[in-house]
Design a protein around this ligand. Structure first.
Ligand code: ADP
Ligand code: MG
Length: 397
């Protein structure tokens, strides 16, 4: 793997694609700076070498094809200046003479952030000319944006071809790829995958892929009700994708053929409304009464799932067990977080990924007790589905 780790970049101008797609609160402050924090090791390594660093990033999904104040990266540049304790050079434009000369005049150790790269529609089209113009700004290219690695965009993939000898994985990207490779290709057994979340339709790819590697497939979240229905149970008002009942059946059949143990929750906490204030009851079976909807797994499932997780050597977790955003329905999710942390303590390798799953493990207080948390939601899922990610391929080619 070609990473920046073993190279000295002194005196070089290094173009780095980072993932600064951070959320903002109503006051316009960055509400979660994880992605910026995660990029610091790469930035610090390069500036420490004596390189100047030109950062490329996107924010949100601008549609107009030009500057839009709400998607400006200016607040991120200001925030980064504070974190790095030095002024980050920021420009409103990406291309043109002004930017070129700013780049050329950067001193060793200086950092510059280009404005939201998606203000140019050429970015998402993977446009070659646009990528070439960006490439002209630097001597080397580093991709550290794992969260965008499943996109074949100008700054994440196309640009790499203009650096045949000088393209590298950043430290965050390297960490992601190494951990995910370990998970997929070089893991200790038993391997347990805990998959939850809302919809079976968004997880078919990963479920299919996991049937080839996991020993245990533990299902939770809203997607379980499609399995229940496939087994002939009633689901009440629970989330259920009727057009995926065949998929559920086929997944269960394949699991049996491949000797993968597939677990479905034996019990549910149900509510008479999708709300924090709803009436609730415990259902000790897979039959959900009419007028009620499943919101969390129950205590029997928690017990079974905890045992499975504690007896595993490798654990992948994607997708909460219940509607964890509502405190009353977060118990199942928190119990799994605790079990994964305990298994890790006992020596298991544990990986967590997915936007909501990462928030859930953070809220549970166990985030620092697992082996690895992926920064990429969609990118991680695609990697685990066995797909080739354009951002990774572009560096490896
Ligand atoms: P991730 O982002 O980690 O990949 P998903 O996006 O697949 O996870 O799923 C997360 C969502 O699933 C959460 O918003 C959660 O409320 C929802 N969810 C979990 N259990 C249920 C359920 N029983 N009914 C409806 N939604 C659920
Ligand atoms: Mg999600």
């Amino acid at each position: 793997m070609k990473t920046i780790k073993d190279v000295n970049f002194k005196g070089k101008r290094v173009l780095v694609r980072v993932d600064f797609n951070v959320p903002f609160d109503k006051q316009g402050n960055i509400s979660d700076d994880t992605r910026i924090q995660e990029a610091l090791p790469t930035i610090n390594k390069l500036t420490g070498d004596g390189a100047s660093v030109i950062l490329m990033a996107h924010l949100g999904r601008p549609k107009k094809g030009g500057f839009e104040a709400e998607f400006s990266l200016k607040p991120v540049a200001e925030y980064l200046s504070k974190l790095l304790n030095q002024e980050v050079v920021f420009t409103q434009s990406l291309l043109g003479e002004e930017v070129k000369s700013l780049c050329q005049n950067l001193k060793e150790g200086q950092v510059m952030l280009l404005e939201n790269i998606r203000f140019y529609p050429e970015e998402t089209k993977g446009d070659k000319d646009f990528a070439k113009q960006l490439a002209d700004l630097g001597d080397a290219y580093v991709n550290d944006a794992f969260g965008a690695a499943h996109r074949e965009h100008a700054s994440t993939a196309t640009i790499a071809q203009y650096f045949p000898e000088n393209k590298y994985f950043g430290l965050l990207m390297q960490n992601e790829v190494e951990n995910l490779n370990r998970l997929m290709n070089n893991h200790e057994k038993p391997f347990t995958a805990v998959i939850g979340g809302s919809k079976i339709s968004s997880k078919i790819g990963i479920l299919e892929s996991l049937l080839n590697i996991a020993d245990n497939l533990v299902i939770g979240g809203g997607m379980r009700y499609t399995f229940y229905k496939a087994l002939g149970h009633t689901v009440g008002n629970s989330l259920c994708e009727d057009d995926k009942i065949d998929t559920a059946n086929s997944l269960m059949k394949k699991a049996q053929e491949k000797g993968v143990k597939l677990y479905l929750p034996e019990d549910s906490i149900v509510a008479d409304d999708f709300s924090e204030k709803a009436n609730t009851q415990y259902i000790p079976s897979m039959d959900i009464p009419e007028g009620w909807e499943g919101m969390d797994i129950g205590e029997k499932s928690v017990k079974t799932y905890t045992d499975v997780v504690l007896n595993s050597k490798t654990i992948l977790w994607n997708g909460p067990m219940g509607v964890f955003e509502m405190k009353r329905f977060a118990d199942g999710t928190n119990a799994i977080a605790k079990a994964v942390a305990e298994a890790t303590q006992k020596g298991a390798f544990s990986a967590i990924g997915g936007g909501d799953s990462v928030s859930a493990i953070k809220e549970s207080g166990y985030a620092d007790k697992v082996s690895y948390i992926s920064t990429g939601g969609g990118a991680m899922l695609e990697f685990l589905e066995g797909k080739t990610l354009p951002g990774i391929k572009a560096i490896e080619d």
